[in-house]
Each structure stands twice: as C-alpha cells, then as structure tokens.
Write a protein that binds this ligand. Structure first.
Ligand code: PEP
Length: 251
C-alpha cells in the first residue's frame, strides 16, 4: 500500500533547547492515530534526545545521511548500524546538498541506499534536476540516470522498501516551488519508469515532492495524483508550518 508521508529535513539547524520546543509543539499538534507517516530527519548528535522525545508518540525520526561503509577507518562518518542504535526508521540519501556540496555522485548515493536497506532502514532517495538541466531540457534524462544507478545496484525489488523524493534543485530553499503540474509531470514520469519494471511496486511506491513546500501550497501539491507527500526543509523548523503541512495530507 502506498504510504502518504511528510518528512522534515532539519539540515544543520537546531540545539537541544530549540529541538525540545519544536518537538513538544509538533507532538501536541499531531496527536491521535493516523495512517500517514510523519517523520523528522535530524542532525546526528540529536538522535538520542529526539528518540527519547518521540519514542512513545506517532512521529518517526531518521537521519539525513549515512556512510556507504559498514565500519572502519572512515573518520567523521556514521554507519547504518549506528543509526539503528537510535532506532532510525528512515534516512535521507542523495540530498542535492550532499550531491553538490559534498560531491556525492549517483554511484555513491546508490551505495548509501543499499547500506541503509541492509540495516533495515528505509532510504528516502532524493533525485532532481538543476535549473540549468531543466533549461537544457534534460530533466527526464537526469532523473532516469539517478534512478538507474540505484536500480543497477539494488534492483527493482528494493523499491518495495524505499521512498523517492523528487526535489528540483532550483526549488530547494529558494522560495520557488514547482507548480503542482510541473511536479506531477515528473513524478508521473518517475512512477512510469518504475512501472516498466514492475507495476505493482510502482503503484505502491511513495513519491514525495520537495522544494519550498509551505503551509500555503501543500494542499495543492498533495492533491496531485503522483504526489504522496513532501520532504520539507525550511518549513519543518517552524512547528505551526510543519503541522499544517502534515495536516494538508488529509485534504
Ligand atoms: C529540502 O531540504 O529537502 C527542502 C526541500 O528544503 P526547502 O523545503 O527549504 O526547500
């Protein structure tokens, strides 16, 4: 069954005190049983306290990155099994900031995706084109290559336990959102590509949209057929915004 989800990406923001305020407000705003999955992906040092704060509630938590390696002399890296120690259910892989600022290419992202799944953690695989690539008319080619790298290494079955987040790079943190139709077109394209290999896996696959989603545009975006929720950066740091975006899934 296709899950509807809102995941917050806190990026390198927060402090123990700020996180507590934010999580208390989110927990108070999202009470009650729900079918949708609400997630916060937090900086590593806060996993322990975030786990403690959320363990008995209905908001899940995860990380924003992981190492492709299991263990060893990789100074500064964090492995999937370490994330397991904090019961992370999700981990973001291949965020455009990792690809652009930290040189993660499609092959490395695919290895990270596999490392997460090997540990039983669901990867939220981020894909998307830059403005230049969109203007050059190669959005679909870029997306196809990003998915193909994962498909080659992990296979179609792996998409039973993965989330895709389509995040046009030009819309991340810029205040420029893709129109619902622009996002829908690419997300339908992504689903159709997966369906070529296995239609039931494609039907069940959760595909999020990310890129300047806010409370005032979430309902419209989430109403599109192939948009199953959102990956939220800036707005996930403001409790009322994040709660409103989560609620937008129910419209
Ligand atoms: C993101 O970081 O994945 C993101 C979509 O950021 P923002 O919502 O701030 O554009």
């Amino acid at each position: 069954m296709r899950i509807r989800m809102v995941a917050g990406n806190w990026k390198m923001h927060g402090s123990l005190a700020e996180n507590k305020r934010l999580l208390d407000a989110i927990a108070a705003g999202l009470t009650g049983a729900h079918e949708e999955h609400f997630v916060v992906c937090v900086p590593y040092p806060y996993l322990f306290s975030v786990q403690d704060a959320l363990k008995s509630g209905n908001v899940a938590w995860g990380a924003q990155n992981l190492s492709q390696y299991e263990k060893g002399a990789y100074t500064g890296e964090v492995s999937a099994s370490m994330l397991n120690d904090f019961a992370c259910r999700y981990v973001i892989v291949g965020h455009s900031e990792r690809r652009t600022l930290f040189n993660e290419n499609n092959a490395v992202v695919a290895e990270k995706y596999v490392a997460a799944q090997r540990a039983g953690i669901t990867p939220i695989l981020c894909i998307g084109e830059t403005l230049q690539q969109r203007e050059d008319g190669i959005t679909e080619k870029v997306i196809t290559e990003q998915i193909a790298a994962v498909m080659q290494l992990a296979g179609i079955e792996s998409f039973k336990n993965a989330i895709i987040a389509y995040e046009p790079v030009w819309a991340i943190g810029t205040g420029k959102t893709a129109t619902p139709q622009q996002a829908q077109d690419i997300q339908a394209f992504i689903r159709a590509g997966i369906a070529q290999q296995n239609s039931s896996i494609a039907d069940d696959l959760t595909i999020l949209y990310g890129g300047s989603v806010k409370a005032n545009n979430a309902v419209e975006l989430f109403a599109m057929q192939d948009i199953d929720g959102g990956l939220i950066g800036g707005a996930s740091l403001v409790a009322e915004e994040f709660i409103a975006i989560c609620r937008a899934l129910r419209h």
